[in-house]
Design a protein around this ligand. Structure first.
Ligand code: NCD
Length: 308
């Protein structure tokens, strides 16, 4: 499998064997990452964040530094020449002269693909609008794989803002490579885009939609919760109508399987009560740790190192 110099733009571009290869590489790295601490010496990663981020940006930076590499970039366009009106294409064409790879987050769908078309170095999509967040999907799969021992055969529910949540879009496409039962649970106004369901009709995955978590809570192995993406709403009254419409508390989990895992890409707002953090179900902070390992593996692979 060759990821050398490859961009990671959309999870839809990846086949199952490529996804499994990344999962396997991360697993090899997890217990031995200290052995790789000089591998990316002399490499520079550019992190261009046109939208807020805590985990994605800092985990890419940490991943790069733990492998001996360096990082440059900005975490808000206000501090760069974007504030003077420079466009995205010019920005990445300039940054290409400083760096060996770019990690890009942008509010516009298609921005990562556009950027990748104009530069010769690999571009990693760190989130584009409501569209996609492929490295989050990879770390989500890795979390499921590590916590449940595999992905095929699982019963998984995605809960929350499935309309604007880019992590659920990428995760749904990623899971469609596996034989899983997927239940999409959302308030009616927050349902996933019809075109995604259409796209996945003939895949291995079985998808059903509901607005009631109670209906499925006793059957599921994985519950993936997301926040309402307030910043994506064109209409503030639409947000007011869905705000607070779902929340996981201890009582919500009364009928849950003992080994149900609860995931969340974070940031968490009101949708998971803090009391849940102290149950064995909660894996969202472990998921952060897995995310670092997966991003280290991705960086090693695109810089041409295989993990064996
Ligand atoms: C997510 C994102 O940016 O899409 N955050 C993340 O990268 N972990 C989820 C979110 O903002 O709700």
């Amino acid at each position: 499998m060759d990821f050398k110099n490859k961009s990671i733009i959309s999870i839809r571009d990846m086949k199952r064997d490529e996804i499994d290869f990344i999962i396997k590489s991360a697993e090899i790295l997890q217990d031995n990452w200290k052995n790789y601490k000089d591998y990316l010496k002399d490499r520079i990663l550019g992190t261009l964040f046109f939208e807020p981020s805590t985990r994605t940006r800092i985990s890419f930076e940490t991943a790069m530094k733990r492998l001996g590499g360096m990082v440059v970039g900005f975490s808000a366009p206000e501090g760069s020449s974007l504030a003077k009106g420079e466009n995205l294409i010019d920005t990445v064409r300039v940054i290409e002269n400083y760096c060996d790879a770019i990690v890009l987050r942008h509010p516009l769908e298609g921005a990562a693909r556009l950027a990748a078309n104009y530069v010769k170095i690999p571009v990693i999509n760190a989130g584009t609008g409501a569209e996609e967040h492929p490295t989050q999907a990879l770390l989500d799969l890795y979390t499921i794989f590590k916590e449940k021992g595999g992905i095929d055969g699982l019963n998984i529910a995605l809960l929350g803002d499935l309309k604007y949540g880019r992590t659920v879009h990428s995760l749904t496409y990623a899971l469609s490579n596996y034989k899983v039962k997927l239940t999409l649970v959302s308030p009616p106004l927050m349902k996933i885009r019809e075109e995604i369901i259409e796209d996945l009709k003939n895949k291995r995955i079985k998808i059903t939609e509901t607005s009631s978590l109670d209906e499925v809570i006793n059957e599921i192995d994985v519950l993936y919760v997301t926040r309402i993406q307030r910043e994506r709403f064109a209409d503030a009254t639409e947000y007011e109508r869905v705000k607070g419409s779902y929340r996981i508390e201890l009582k919500t989990l009364k009928n849950a399987k003992k080994d149900l895992i609860i995931m969340h890409p974070l940031p968490r707002l009101e949708e998971i009560s803090q009391e849940v953090d102290y149950t064995n179900h909660a894996v969202y902070f472990k998921q952060v740790k897995y995310g670092l390992i997966v991003r280290m593996a991705i960086l090693l692979l695109i810089f041409g190192f295989e993990l064996k």
